[in-house]
Every structure is written in C-alpha cells, then in structure tokens.
Design a protein around this ligand. Structure first.
Ligand SMILES: [Zn+2]
Length: 334
C-alpha cells in the first residue's frame, strides 16, 4: 500500500525508485504523487541524530555549494528589506547567511540550530548574540507573528512533515512577512542517471523542482515573490562525471585508514570513537589529517587532469540553458 501524499494529502502515489541506505542498511522507496506531482520517501522518517553522526562521515563535504550561497545572498539583498527588519534563520548552521545579513547592516537577526557546535560557530562568524540552540518546536511558543523574514536553507528536504514545517514557519511571520527557502534543484542535470549519495533517503525525504515547489507553497496559501535557480557550477558536471566513482574509491581508502588506526572500533562513527576516549586526541587528529590531505590532493590532481573533458561539457550544458543545482524561493504571507 502506498502512503498518502505528505505534500497535498492526496492518494494515487506510485513508487518509482528503490534504494538502500548504506549507513543503516534499510530500504526506501521514492514515491510520486499523481495529484500534485510531489516526490517523497517511503517511509517518511527523519533518521535521528545518531544516523547523522554516522552519515556525516560520508556526507561532510557534499552539501556545501558556493553557487547556492551566492544565489541566496543575491536574492536576499535584492529584496531590499528595511534595515530594521526582524530576521530569523531556522537551521542557521555556521551562520553564513546571518553573517551576510549582519554585514549588510541588518541588526535584528536571530538564528536557531539544534547543534551547539554550529551555534557557537554561527555566533563567532556573524558577531550576533541572538543565536540559540533550539528545535523549531522549542522556539515557537510566544513568537507568533514576530518576524518580517523567516529563512530555512536546505532544511525543507529533510522534513518528515513538510507541510506542517512550512505552516509553523508561516506562523512566525508578521502579516505580509516573507518566507525564504532553498532546496537542491531536482532538475539539475544528472549525467548517466547519477544521483549524488546525499540525495537519497533518509538524508533527503523530498525532491523539488521549481514547479513542485511553487505548487506546494501556493497550496499553503503563500504568494510568489521570487523563485529562481542557481547557475550550473562546473564542479557539478565534474562531480557527476567522475566524482561518484572517485568518492567511492576515497571512501574505501578512508575505511582502511580507520581500521588501521582504531582496529575493532572502526565500525563506530567518529563521534562514538571520540566519546569512548579510545582513540585519544592524537589518534583523532591523526585520522582527520590522514583523511583530509590525500583526499584534497587527489581531488585537485584529478580536477586539473580532467579539465579538458568536463569544461566543454559544462559550457554546452550552460549554453543549452540547463538548470542549476540549487533553488531559492521567497514567498509572501497573504
Ligand atoms: Zn501530492
């Protein structure tokens, strides 16, 4: 039996892709709704912090995209909000966006994130005080209608109940306030059918293109102000052609180094190894260096070597108007 659509509540949902999560070994389907065209995972479950601690090992560098950050910054500044606008960034991470807003003269900026380490970084990076460790549920009470812009970047695709999530963000906005979201663009070119490891469940539970995102937000009573995609980074074409295979090779090498350094404990996540005290600070540092330096050197080497292959392809994709890797949406509360 296929589940009801978590985006529109409709039925007639058809599975179109099966995958196995390499961290937990669990199987997932991706399902398309015949009503709204939305795409979502089955089961639609956030895997929890323990899974993320293990998966960070695989996904650490995967989701940081310069193109996405440039697009977000540009779109935000073009909105031309008053400098005393009240801003809230939900899932602020290391505070990249808050730092940009503070740097542009916005003084009433707040942020929340559930990671204490990220909140510490965000405070340092932005110079702002009002950034706290909290979940959205913990933050909500007493803050109805308190903000002029609420942002959540690369958060929606992780939500097990996307419609409830957007309704909660909407509730934080003053009348006429703006909701700003970004998500990976499902319409980016995928060469040879190669979807990146981070775009499978339970890491990402929904996939969005401009049409699906617009139907979803309009369906929740929001009005479009901006909806656009990023440029197509050359790095994406490189990653698509070679990155997936190279990543697998690098992962294998990392696992071998880990076994060498930590023996029987190698199957645990780095967080568990650190917490158990088994490795000691020196062991953890050795591992991080052993992992980072060869990986970075290899990446650089292959990039230079393969430039004549992926550069022309990237140029032809760009010329053909192919869509970028990230989508940004700004919608107004009616
Ligand atoms: Zn639907």
């Amino acid at each position: 039996m296929t589940p009801a659509c978590p985006l529109c509540g409709g039925g007639r949902c058809v599975p179109f892709e099966l995958s196995t999560d390499p961290v937990s070994g669990r199987s997932y389907a991706f399902v398309r709704c015949g009503g709204c065209g939305g795409e979502f995972a089955d089961p639609m479950e956030n895997p929890g912090p323990e899974w993320y601690a293990k998966a960070a090992f695989y996904n650490e560098d995967a989701c940081r995209s310069g193109a996405a950050a440039r697009l977000r910054g540009g779109v935000f500044l073009e909105l031309g909000l008053a400098k005393d606008a009240r801003l809230l960034d939900v899932g602020c991470g290391a505070g990249e966006f808050l730092a940009l807003a503070a740097g542009a003269g916005y003084s009433r900026c707040s942020g929340i994130d559930f990671s204490p380490a990220q909140v510490r970084l965000a405070r340092e990076n932005s110079g702002l005080e009002d950034i706290s460790v909290a979940s959205l549920e913990e933050f909500l009470p007493g803050r109805d209608g308190s903000f002029d812009l609420v942002s959540a970047f690369e958060v929606l695709e992780h939500q097990p109940a996307p419609a409830d999530f957007v309704k909660r963000l909407k509730g934080l906005l003053a009348p006429g306030g703006l909701l700003m979201l970004s998500v990976p663009n499902a319409a980016r070119p995928l060469l040879f059918g190669g979807r990146e490891a981070w775009d499978y469940p339970p890491h990402h539970l929904t996939r969005w293109d401009a049409g699906r995102l617009d139907r979803f937000l309009a369906g929740l009573g929001l009005e479009k102000v901006v909806l656009k995609d990023s440029e197509l980074p050359a790095e994406h074409v490189y990653n698509q052609l070679f990155g997936v295979k190279l990543d697998a090779a690098v992962k294998g090498a990392i696992a071998a180094v880990k076994r060498l350094l930590f023996g029987g404990k190698a199957a645990a996540s780095m967080d568990e190894i650190v917490a158990s005290g088994a490795a000691g600070a020196a062991g953890v540092l050795r591992f991080r260096l052993a992992r980072r330096l060869p990986a970075a050197a290899l990446k650089l080497f292959f990039r230079a070597l393969l430039l004549p292959v992926y550069l022309p392809l990237w140029l032809s994709y760009s010329a053909a108007g192919h869509r970028g890797t990230s989508l940004v949406a700004v919608y107004r509360v009616k």
